[in-house]
Ligand binder design. Structure first.
Ligand SMILES: [Zn+2]
Length: 295
């Protein structure tokens, strides 16, 4: 056996590639439903944006309706945010996005587009929206890129300026109103701008809250899944419980007799007769029965 080589390199331990964890969803179930429904509607109708403002697809227009209406509001009407859906080839006639890698438009295959995993948060002056878009596929690079990728927006600035006016950053975006608010207050300190924005958002939140209270007081909000425990799909047993009336002694006796009669009728109808059950189980009949049968 050869002696061990003291200069031999020890092999590095190979570590298994950890699976990418699923991205954290930044909205609730009702918002997810609205996003899915909006995507379905856009996919089904190529002229969806002829009737809807792409930058403000509203969940419900009922938020500002009269409280005297017989039709009730839903809790979703108060907290599901609007969507801005950037699907440029359906918004700008004849437009194809430039590939974020090769910078060319000729190889973009719009039939292989797919929606992004989660919409981006789009911040505004009073509240936020969700900026949704699609992955565009380039056959030359054999890869896809986001519809509002930085390089794409830079390459196509001449075609989309005036339409997509958002300031896009990693993880979030800022709409044109908030962006111009910040830019036009450039001489003010950042802390002061932040403070003012917080006050504006707080005002809007309080107004929404007051409206919600008024709607509840006017009995205009639909009670949503009252028999389900909040945040779960588990149903309460309370709904099965009913208050029993108080019975007198005579009524109690009648009730117990009714139960006994029902029980007897059930036994008479459904329980098999004794000889039949013996035959079913292939059991030998008793000697007395045999004798009786022979006689
Ligand atoms: Zn490409």
């Amino acid at each position: 056996m050869p002696p061990p080589n003291p200069c031999a390199k020890t092999p590095k331990p190979t570590s298994a590639v950890a699976a990418k964890p699923p991205s954290k969803v930044r909205h609730g179930k009702a918002q997810a439903e609205f996003v899915a429904n909006t995507r379905r509607a856009i996919d089904a109708d190529l002229q969806f944006f002829h009737k809807n403002d792409w930058s403000q697809i509203r969940h419900s227009k009922r938020r500002g309706t009269a409280l005297t209406s017989t039709k009730k509001l839903r809790a979703d009407n108060f907290y599901v945010k609007d969507i801005a859906a950037w699907v440029p080839h359906l918004i700008i006639p004849g437009y194809l996005p430039s590939c974020a890698r090769c910078g060319k438009k000729e190889h973009i295959d719009m039939s292989k587009c797919s929606w992004v995993e989660n919409p981006k948060l789009l911040h505004g002056t009073h509240t936020h929206r969700h900026l949704d878009t699609e992955h565009c596929y380039c056959t030359l690079c054999s890869g896809s890129f986001m519809g509002h990728h930085d390089k794409t927006l830079h390459a196509d600035a001449n075609e989309i300026a005036g339409i997509l006016n958002y300031r896009l950053s990693k993880g979030f975006a800022v709409d044109e109103e908030l962006h111009s608010f910040i830019v036009n207050h450039g001489t003010v300190t950042t802390a002061a701008i932040h403070q003012r924005l917080r006050h504006m958002q707080a005002d809007n939140w309080l107004n929404d809250c007051a409206f919600c209270h008024r709607a509840v007081m006017a009995n205009c909000v639909k009670d949503r899944h009252s028999h389900v425990i909040l945040g779960t799909n588990q149903q309460r047993l309370d709904r099965l419980l009913v208050a029993l009336p108080k019975l007198t002694a005579t009524e109690k006796r009648i009730e117990s007799m009714r139960v006994e009669l029902k029980s007897a009728a059930w036994k008479e109808t459904f329980l098999p007769k004794w000889p039949l059950s013996m035959a079913m189980w292939n059991l030998p009949e008793s000697s007395e029965e045999k004798e009786t049968g022979m006689n």
